[in-house]
Design a protein. Structure first.
Length: 78
């Protein structure tokens, strides 16, 4: 519906952007704690982040998304 789009916040600059105009990118967060005691806690999370057009262009997100699409196409073509 026109005018009823939800707004998301750019994770880089904080600008409010409508969701269809925002560039979404899946970010992987990988953390581990090495306490030198054998108790290693590992944490892995995939998180969807939103960027405004100018921040996505500045960070090179469009190139990264093209590389991901090429990898996925290669994986499914075999």
């Amino acid at each position: 519906m026109r005018g009823r789009d939800t707004a998301v916040t750019c994770d880089n600059c904080g600008r409010s952007v409508h969701r269809p105009k925002a560039v979404s990118f899946e970010k992987a967060i990988n953390m581990s704690t090495n306490l030198h005691q054998g108790n290693d806690v590992k944490f892995f999370e995939r998180r969807r982040v939103y960027y405004c057009i100018s921040c996505a262009k500045h960070k090179g997100i469009f190139k990264k998304k093209a590389e991901q699409a090429a990898r996925n196409a290669e994986k499914y073509n075999y």
